[in-house]
Each structure stands twice: as structure tokens, then as C-alpha cells.
Write a protein that binds this ligand. Structure first.
Ligand SMILES: [Zn+2]
Ligand SMILES: [Zn+2]
Length: 338
């Protein structure tokens, strides 16, 4: 629903950002459905949009180091800023959520986000100046759809030496960026898995060495492509029972199976049910330093989000297309198309 709200005013230390682009995320669909069942520590009304970039519009008192008009990306998870995790820039895991502007949330997650002309950012530390060569529309999806796979890939860097294989399950908004991040930051061979042939075509554009449809032959194709060894790292951007089962089947002993997708599936883990010493891990979003790294990769042309642009009044159409699986890459909502 689109409503008129008051223009935000920045308090001390705060910044108002004129939004250039706001990514539409699958998790927004979950938010819209899951309000009311008590899973979240906050509820509506607030403006959606937790993947944001734009230009500094107004500075609160005491903010230094930013100028009006400067292009910035917004780091999305907003913690207390004081606890050890926040001081490291890992505000996803703030240890004092009661001291945060909203517990375990941020703009578009309990507080007003970027699907608006202006967005109030409660502390200047959440703003990353954009490097030259990167505009806000291109940067916006990187703050989540880029940062999340970057964080997931980065955790497994040590296992992605030459001669290894990474499997990416689900070539959607995050998966297509994961392929490029793997290409840009590791020497691993990259295999993409998706149910949609057009997504596999996109995968090969973005550097996958092999595209595989899930199903009976997927395991054998991946085994063959890895000379029977299996994959060193599997990144599951879907997260259903069947994608997790596929991941566990194609993973190599000592490998990583990393769950990123929030479909809510589960994987029985026992001594005999998964390859020996397989690390099964979840990941969630990423840190502020990692966002700086992702933006650098993008400014240098190594990582680029495939974007479909929607105006604010078309935003619900963007969510409909995400829901029925017809969105290629990432939807970004903008106010004025340049
Ligand atoms: Zn998201
Ligand atoms: Zn904190």
C-alpha cells in the first residue's frame, strides 16, 4: 500500500538519504505474510525497502565526513553501535538489541526503509560513500543481494583454492551475484543449479562453468564434473528440504554446505547421513566491512547486479513477479528514472 508520510528530519548524528534505488527482496514477501504470528519483534506500519542507496539529502548536527549530494549505500542491519559485534561492523548480530533503534532490524525491517523518496538513517556510520564508477541504482541491491552471498562465499574462501568446485543452488537475485563473487574472488570451478532453463542461461553469462537442472541426474552430473569427488562448497540460495538434500549429496568430505535461502526446509544431520566432516552452516546478511568490499568489486566491474527497474507505484507488481518466479535478477524500485 502506498501512503503519504511526513518528510523525515535528521536528529543529532542522523542523516536523511534521498533514495536513488531500493531493492525488492524475497524476505519482504515473508515479512508481509508473517506479521501477526509473533515471529518478529516488530510489526507494521513501516516503509519496506532494506536494500538502499542514494544521495545524502540532509545532515543532522554533529555529522562529519559526509556532504550533501554525496552518493552513499546504506548498510542495512542497525544495531546498538556499542557492543563488540557492532564495533566490528557485524550489526546483524548486535548483542544489545534493546539498545538498537529497533531490535534485530533496520530501515525496511521495523523502521521506515527506502521505498520512499527520503529515508532517515539513525547514525552516519551506516552510510558507505560509493566508490567512483558506481551509481545508487546499481549499488542498492548490493547492500543485501550482493552482501549476503559475499559474506557466505567469504566464509568459505579457505576451501576454494584452485582445483576445487563450488555449487550455487538457485540463480535468482542472490545466486546470480554469488556466481560473479565466486568468479571474482576465488579460483574454484563453479556449477549452477536451477529448475529454470533461463536461469541457467543467465548463470553461464555470469561465469558458471556448468549449469545443472535439479532432479535424478543432477547428482551424477556434479559428481562427473568433479571427477567423482563432489563439491568443496555448496551454497544453497533456496533452502528447501530437496535443495538441502541435493547439497548434502553432492558435497565432498571436509566441505561446506552453506544455507542462505529462507525457504525453511531442513536437513537431517547425523554421523552417517552427510559426508564426513562436512560443515553445515547457515549465514545471514553480512558486515559493514564486507559491504565496502562488495562495493569495490562492483565499482571495478567485477560484480554487477542484473536489475529490473520499477517505479514506486509498480512495486507490488515487482513482488508479484518475484512470487511467481518470473523475475530475472533483482527488482529495484526507483522514484525517477534517469
Ligand atoms: Zn533482503
Ligand atoms: Zn550492538
Amino acid at each position: 500500500m502506498i501512503v503519504e508520510v511526513d518528510e523525515p528530519e535528521p536528529g543529532p548524528g542522523q542523516v536523511v538519504v534521498g533514495i536513488g534505488g531500493a531493492g525488492a527482496c524475497h524476505s519482504d514477501l515473508h515479512l508481509m505474510r508473517e506479521f501477526g504470528d509473533g515471529l518478529l519483534p516488530w510489526g507494521p506500519p513501516f516503509t519496506l525497502g532494506h536494500e538502499n542507496a542514494g544521495w545524502v539529502h540532509a545532515l543532522g548536527s554533529g555529522v562529519i565526513g559526509l556532504e550533501i549530494g554525496q552518493p552513499v549505500a546504506v548498510y542495512g542491519p542497525w544495531g546498538c553501535g556499542i557492543c563488540p559485534r557492532c564495533r566490528l561492523g557485524i550489526e546483524t548480530y548486535c548483542e544489545n538489541p534493546a539498545g538498537a533503534p529497533v531490535p534485530s532490524g533496520g530501515g525496511g525491517l521495523g523502521l521506515d526503509g527506502g521505498m520512499a523518496a527520503l529515508m532517515l538513517v539513525p547514525d552516519a556510520r551506516h552510510l558507505i560513500p560509493l566508490p567512483d564508477g558506481l551509481d545508487p541504482v546499481a549499488a542498492a541491491p548490493l547492500t543485501d543481494a550482493g552482501l549476503t552471498p559475499y559474506h557466505a562465499v567469504r566464509r568459505s574462501w579457505a576451501k576454494l583454492v584452485p582445483g576445487t568446485t563450488a555449487v550455487v543452488i538457485g540463480v535468482g537475485g542472490l545466486g546470480h551475484l554469488a556466481l560473479q563473487i565466486l568468479r571474482a574472488t576465488t579460483a574454484a570451478r563453479v556449477i549452477a543449479v536451477d529448475t529454470r532453463p533461463e536461469a541457467l542461461r543467465l548463470a553461464s553469462e555470469y561465469g558458471a562453468d556448468l549449469g545443472v537442472l535439479p532432479g535424478e541426474t543432477a547428482m551424477q552430473q556434479i559428481r562427473d564434473a568433479t571427477r567423482g569427488r563432489g563439491a568443496d562448497v555448496v551454497l544453497d540460495f533456496v533452502g528447501t528440504d530437496s535443495t538441502l538434500a541435493l547439497g548434502a549429496t553432492v558435497a565432498r568430505p571436509l566441505g561446506d554446505l552453506t544455507l542462505v535461502g529462507i525457504a525453511g526446509g531442513s536437513l537431517p544431520v547425523s554421523f552417517f547421513s552427510v559426508p564426513y566432516e562436512l560443515s553445515v552452516q547457515s549465514t545471514y546478511w553480512g558486515s559493514r566491512p564486507e559491504l565496502i568490499e562488495v562495493l569495490d568489486l562492483a565499482a571495478r566491474g567485477l560484480v554487477r547486479a542484473k536489475i529490473t527497474i520499477f517505479t514506486l507505484d509498480q512495486a507490488m507488481e515487482a513482488y508479484r513477479r518475484m512470487e511467481d518466479g518470473t523475475m530475472e535478477g533483482r527488482a529495484v524500485v526507483v522514484h525517477v528514472i534517469a
